[in-house]
Design a protein around this ligand. Structure first.
Ligand code: PLP
Length: 355
């Protein structure tokens, strides 16, 4: 008795947590700062936390009303219909929904290399194949239409990420449109906008309204600071009608997640505070790190350090956890998230010392 052949499936390796690392180093978790998972440096939206407390007593019920309310609130925010909002267990869950709705066995998706691993993982789970297009350092890791179309071979889905993790590069609406325009009618262009609030760029949702071959993935994990809650969504073509109801896991976004999401959407104060802080942090990294940095639209910066695994290990021993990008195929780069001002300053000091 065995599972199906999973040998081509990769394992998602999350950045190590503070507690694990503290145990390994034999230090107090309080002494460590974690800038390896692009989490929100200001914590969760306070309004979301309040909503979670308030609705704890309702957890015996399935989340029907709250799910509908959040779908409607998001539809209103984006100017689409509630059927176009596919709520899911994180942005990752939304990718699963898209793959489930799109991929027949043996069809393929085209993803960037390097890339956030879950794009390809979700395609493989759904019996799809994965092809890649290269992001080239000399080009600033741009996801350029020409490069993508060179690699394109009729794949069913193409993943773009704007801002891209881990490089921070962004894609313009004109580029997304060009890619959608120059590919087959049956190819869906998915724009993963997990960090778009930090980029201050228009969302590709505009193109979802105008076309039937673009979808967008969004999450509450980053700008709203709700990574632990697991809430995200896709915004999908209007023509798909009831596809979501046919493929969604019943109640995949929990009562607490939906209530917290509704409250977070109203928490402009928290969003403004984190976006200001991130803007400051990126500039601080560009200016003060003694290493090459890349312009980023995200709440993190890619840094060329030479031997990433050595540098990440050495900063960790000095209490600063950063992301070694070897697992992304970038063994000379680390990725460091924007922390509080104090954390970001300490990260710069520590990285410079190690270099
Ligand atoms: C963090 C992230 C997501 C969203 O993750 P969830 O926590 O599952 O919502 C999606 N795409 C990228 C590129 C990310 O970095």
């Amino acid at each position: 008795m065995d599972t199906r052949d999973l040998s081509s499936h990769t394992i998602y390796r999350a950045g190590r947590g503070i507690e694990e690392t503290a145990r390994e180093l034999g230090v107090d978790p309080e002494e460590l700062i974690k800038l390896s998972s692009n989490e929100n440096a200001l914590g969760p939206s306070p309004k979301a936390v309040e909503a979670i407390r308030e609705h704890a007593e309702a957890l015996h019920s399935y989340p029907k009303a709250s799910h509908a309310d959040l779908g409607e609130a998001l539809a209103e925010r984006w100017g689409v219909t509630p059927e176009q909002i596919w709520l899911a267990n994180g942005g990752d869950g939304a990718m699963d929904c898209l793959a489930r709705a799109m991929i027949d066995p043996g069809q393929a998706a085209l993803v960037p290399d390097p890339d956030f691993t879950y794009h390809s993982m979700s395609v493989r789970y759904h019996h799809g194949e994965v092809h890649t297009y290269p992001l080239v350092e000399a080009d600033g890791f741009k996801q350029s239409p020409d490069r993508i179309l060179d690699a394109y071979d009729g794949e069913r889905m193409i993943y773009l990420t704007s801002p891209h993790n881990p490089t921070g590069s962004t894609v313009s609406l004109a580029e997304v449109e060009e890619i959608a325009e120059r590919t087959d009618d049956g190819t869906l262009v998915v724009v993963d906008e997990a960090y778009n609030e930090f980029a201050d760029r228009p969302s590709a949702v505009e193109l979802v309204e105008a076309r039937d071959d673009v979808a967008v993935v969004r999450t509450f994990s980053k700008v709203y600071g709700l990574a632990g809650l697991r809430l995200g969504y896709a915004i999908t073509p209007a023509e798909w009608a009831d596809a979501y109801e046919r493929i969604n896991t019943p109640f995949s976004a929990s009562e607490i997640a939906c209530r917290a999401g509704l409250a977070a959407l109203e928490d402009d104060e928290h969003v403004d505070a984190i976006t200001d802080l991130v803007e400051w942090g990126r500039e601080y990294y560009y200016e003060h790190l003694d290493a090459k940095t890349y312009e980023t639209g995200g709440n993190f910066v890619l840094v060329e350090v030479g031997d990433a695994s050595r540098v990440a290990q050495a900063t960790k021993e000095r209490g600063v956890i950063v992301r070694d990008c070897s697992s992304f195929g970038l063994p000379e780069h680390i990725r460091v998230s924007c922390g509080t001002r104090e954390e970001t300053r300490r990260a710069v000091e520590t990285i410079n010392e190690v270099l």
